[in-house]
Design a binder for this molecule. Structure first.
Ligand SMILES: Cc1cc2nc3c(=O)[nH]c(=O)nc-3n(C[C@H](O)[C@H](O)[C@H](O)COP(=O)(O)OP(=O)(O)OC[C@H]3O[C@@H](n4cnc5c(N)ncnc54)[C@H](O)[C@@H]3O)c2cc1C
Length: 436
């Protein structure tokens, strides 16, 4: 049989599904799922393939919701609106469509290429100690279950399914519509500064809790960081976006074109990385601008890389970074990509990496032509020692047995899965590893 080939953005996963389907309606999708289940075939929904893990891989039917996109309904609330969105909508299109209607996502990650259902499914998050990840904004979900039933779930309707499906890893059903609790549109001021790691860690509590959206990038082999402080502003604040030319230079040339060149050069000559990192940390120096919130959150990432990200208790961050620096210092491992540090509020989503605790995120990256395994393994060991939780969509080596102990509601998720998908119609290798 001729099979189609699917590959994810990072080129870490390839699948040869029996068929790639793009249903044009929920009815068509429901019939497809029921038919596949009746014939013992597996089904997997895919978004934009931006997970580094095999979360979206299948040898059965790969279902893209690219024809189920856009805003379906808007119901105003006290401080924004409940916006019902078709699951295949890309964040880029969603953000524009929300802005046109006077609304915005309460927080966002650093790219906008993902589908809304895919982003939610793996616990995609941004930064900000008072804010949660995207799944905390979900107020309701419409899903297709293995028998083809189309059901809604929310805090009041099938609440157990809702809690498990908010970050559902694609294991419980194909999400077709998402109700998002959006806020009124807002502008944002961005301040980016080159600083020392020591000064940044000294001021950490103040910045983490005092700045709306604080993050920093630490350049390994140096004690330099790039800090980003984003402050929310009223929607009618006069905008002062990055001018096109300097935006092109810093976002496109330095962050993508030159950075690709740097990575090719340092792949050939890894011993130059410490010197190169010192220069990069200073060149990506200070700038300020004000723009629509969603334009400030997202940047373009065209240098291909591998990533692992760990959610650690916020109070352990300084020790975790020191351990990572110690490991890099003790080995001859060289990495040109900065370590990204972000923050989130504690939340109550069952499989959220920030479940029940104030969280710091530590993300490590490696250029796709370099070997990342020893680095990621070392950082994983360091993060595990402080009860770190891996991002569900990024590389990690954890399994069901050792994940179970860090998520108080893990067994509840497994119970909901056993109930709605006992035949594992939505199963795949990744889910077998992490959920059993
Ligand atoms: C360059 C880059 C930058 C990133 N930045 C961030 C960031 O800032 N913050 C962060 O937290 N993460 C980030 N990520 C990770 C990314 O947000 C997640 O991996 C996200 O899940 C990708 O969304 P997607 O639409 O590509 O989903 P896919 O990778 O295609 O799928 C992810 C999972 O969602 C499931 N799924 C997709 N659609 C549906 C549906 N309709 N119903 C049920 N399940 C579904 C799939 O089966 C799979 O299990 C980044 C990744 C890349 C490559």
């Amino acid at each position: 049989m001729q099979r189609e080939t699917w590959t994810n953005w990072a080129r870490t996963e390839t699948a040869h599904p029996r068929r790639i389907a793009t249903p044009a309606s929920v009815t068509e999708l429901a019939a497809l799922v029921a038919d596949a289940a009746a014939n013992g075939l597996r089904v997997k929904a895919v978004g934009s393939g931006h997970s580094f893990t095999g979360a979206a891989v299948t040898d059965g039917i790969l279902v893209s919701l690219d024809r189920l996109t856009g805003i379906d309904a808007v119901t105003p609330t006290d401080d924004g609106a409940h916006v019902t969105v078709w699951a295949g909508t890309r964040l880029r299109a969603l953000n524009e469509a929300l802005w046109e209607r006077g609304y915005a996502m309460r927080n966002l990650g650093d790219i906008d290429a993902q589908s809304i259902a895919g982003a939610i499914a793996t616990g995609t998050h941004g930064t900000g100690a008072r804010f949660g990840g995207l799944a905390t904004m979900v107020a309701g979900l419409e899903m297709v279950l293995p028998d083809g039933a189309v059901v809604w779930c929310s805090p009041t309707e099938r609440p157990e399914l809702f809690e498990a499906a908010r970050i559902g890893l694609g294991a419980l059903g194909v999400v077709t519509r998402v109700v998002l609790d959006c806020t009124a549109a807002y502008a944002m001021h961005a301040a980016e500064t080159s600083d020392s790691l020591d000064a940044t860690l000294e001021r950490l509590d103040e910045d983490r809790t005092g700045v709306d959206h604080f993050e920093f990038y630490w350049f390994p082999h140096t004690r330099r960081v790039l800090t980003k402080r984003n402050t929310r502003l009223p929607v009618d604040t006069p905008l002062a976006p990055v001018p096109t030319v300097s935006g092109y230079i810093s976002d496109e040339l330095l962050s993508n074109v030159l950075f690709e060149g740097i990575n090719r050069f340092t792949t050939a000559l890894p011993q130059t990385i410490p010197a190169v990192n010192s220069v990069t940390a200073r060149v990506l120096g200070s700038r300020e601008f004000t723009d629509r919130s969603y334009r400030v959150f997202a940047s373009s990432r065209r240098v291909r890389f591998r990533e692992m990200e760990y959610a650690v208790p916020a109070e352990t961050l300084t020790d975790v970074l020191a351990e990572i620096e110690g490991w890099i210092g003790r080995t001859d491992y060289r990495v040109a990509f900065p370590v990204e540090v972000r923050f989130a509020a504690a939340d109550d989503v069952w499989l959220s990496t920030a479940h029940g605790r104030e969280t710091a995120y530590v993300a490590v990256h490696q250029y796709h032509r370099r070997d990342h395994t020893s680095y990621f393994r070392a950082v994983e060991d360091i993060a595990r020692a402080v009860d770190g939780r891996p991002h569900w969509g990024k590389l990690h080596g954890r399994t069901r047995d050792d994940l179970r102990t860090t998520y108080p509601r893990f067994d509840d998720v497994v119970a909901v899965r056993d109930d709605v998908d006992p035949q594992r119609t939505f199963g795949n290798e990744y889910l077998e590893r992490v959920l059993g």
